[in-house]
Design a protein around this ligand. Structure first.
Ligand code: NAD
Length: 337
């Protein structure tokens, strides 16, 4: 049966890398039907809003969206569409794999881990929920709930269980921020008991930063609260060579949105040199989410193979002499071989 997904091509390099990604998905014969929806600068011109109601309705209807990067216009009155989508659909889990690929400049070449960041509470509250900002004193609030902690920790354990991963590390600062981080840790310990087959480790965030840099291979799935997750997931992207190959998923009960972590790169728009890998890896995450793990694996293995063997087809940011189109073509040839 065909599965419909909402597709946001995005701004800047978005359409180029989305076209490349959809070519590869088509070659894999995933049985997906694409419902193209407006968002970003194009939507602003056409509808006067960055994310029209019809686009939100389509994401709700199909439950899955593949999204190119969106430009947030500079100036007052525009809030990030990503934040809007996260709030609208209560996308509580931000899931970011950090996997080493050949040909990247990085400290390690064999990292394979996933960060699971709580996406809706912690230190990132809606406007107006901050405590004091009188010009002399700023006081912010950290909100952690049992419900929010339970669902993110359970998500991390289920992810580990369903993907043959062996260990979940809960990262916290319960020794100092006893109330909120303490609650998160208590809940993590409780949920861990439901998964005796998966090793549970707890680690204070400052130590986690050092351990990630010194000995990252000890990590498998890392689960943490919003602010720590924001920082740690970028640290992990740095371990595997930066944001160029970093995909991310934002998962909620009713919708899941898959995207590249990088932005719309207006400096290289229209030049056919944008690297499509991050969006392709996001599409692979989407296929995993839809239960098509074999096809997700085919994309990951294809990227690895093309990076190793077809330097002439790879984009310049990866040291190749190819284009966005040739990178996609090499992957299409790989999956059809
Ligand atoms: P950026 O990620 O767009 O670009 C940073 C640098 O990386 C640029 O030199 C760019 O050319 C390069 N780059 C990025 N992606 C690349 C790719 N796939 N292949 C080759 N090179 C690539 O960050 P920025 O310049 O700070 O932001 C530009 C716009 O993107 C802003 O409007 C910002 O709000 C938006 N943005 C959107 C998202 C998103 O939608 N998820 C994320 C970050 C930034």
């Amino acid at each position: 049966m065909s599965q419909s997904i909402a597709v946001i091509k995005g701004d800047g390099i978005g359409p180029e890398i989305m076209d490349a990604t959809l070519r590869v998905l088509d070659a894999l014969d995933c049985g997906l039907t694409y419902q193209h929806i407006d968002a970003g600068l194009g939507a602003l011109e056409k509808h006067g809003t960055l994310i029209p109601q019809a686009s939100l309705d389509a994401i709700e209807k199909y439950g899955i969206a593949l999204k190119g990067p969106l430009t947030t216009p500079i100036g007052k009155g525009f809030s990030s569409i990503n934040v809007q989508l996260r709030r609208h659909f209560d996308l509580y889990a931000n899931v970011r794999p950090a996997i080493s690929f050949p040909g990247t400049r990085s400290r390690y070449d064999d990292i394979d881990m996933i960060t699971v960041r709580e996406n809706t509470e912690g230190a990132y509250l809606s406007d107006g929920q901050e405590m004091i900002d009188d010009g002399d004193t700023g006081i912010s609030v950290i909100k952690v709930t049992r419900k929010g902690s339970e669902r993110i920790v359970r998500y991390a354990f289920e992810l580990a269980k369903n993907n043959g991963r062996k260990k979940v590390t809960a990262v916290h600062k319960a020794n100092i921020i006893k109330t909120s981080s303490g609650l998160f840790l208590d809940v993590a310990r409780e949920i861990a008991k439901e998964y005796p087959e998966i090793e549970f480790q707890e680690m204070i965030v400052d130590n986690a930063c050092m351990q990630l840099v010194m000995n990252p291979h000890q990590f498998d799935v890392v689960v943490t609260t919003n602010l720590f997750g924001d920082i740690l997931s970028d640290l992990c992207a740095g371990l595997v060579g930066g944001l160029g190959l970093a995909p991310g998923a934002n998962i909620g009960e009713k919708a899941a949105i898959f995207e590249a972590v990088h932005g719309s790169a207006p400096d290289i728009e229209g030049k056919n040199i944008a690297n499509p890998c991050a969006l392709l890896l996001a599409a692979a995450q989407m296929l995993d989410h839809l239960g098509m793990n074999d096809k997700g694996d085919a994309i990951r293995l294809g990227i690895r193979t093309v990076l190793e063997t077809r330097r002439d087809m790879v984009t310049p940011d990866m040291g190749g002499t190819g284009t966005t189109d040739s990178f996609a073509q090499a992957l299409v040839e790989y999956v059809q071989s």
